[in-house]
Design a protein around this ligand. Structure first.
Ligand code: SF4
Ligand code: SF4
Length: 58
C-alpha cells in the first residue's frame, strides 16, 4: 500500500513535500506533487497536511 496524489486536485502548495518523513514526494515536471511509491510507508502525513485532500491511499 502507498499513497498517490490526485493531480486534478493538487495545487502544488508544497506542504506534503516538506512534511513527508520519507522525503518521497516531489513536485514533478507537470507542476503537481508525485509520490515515489517504492519508498512511501503509508503514514498519512501528506493527506493530513494537504489543503485540498489530494493524497489518498490506494
Ligand atoms: S503517506 Fe507518508 S510516507 Fe507516504 S507519501 Fe505521504 S507522507 Fe510520505
Ligand atoms: S499538500 Fe496537497 S496541494 Fe499541496 S503539493 Fe501536496 S498534494 Fe498538492
Amino acid at each position: 500500500m502507498a499513497y498517490k496524489i490526485d493531480k486534478e486536485k493538487c495545487i502544488a502548495c508544497g506542504a506534503c513535500v516538506e512534511a513527508c518523513p520519507m522525503g518521497c514526494i516531489a513536485i514533478g515536471s507537470d507542476g503537481k506533487a508525485e509520490v515515489n511509491q517504492d519508498i512511501c510507508i503509508s503514514c498519512g502525513t501528506c493527506a493530513a497536511v494537504c489543503p485540498v485532500e489530494a493524497p489518498a491511499e490506494e
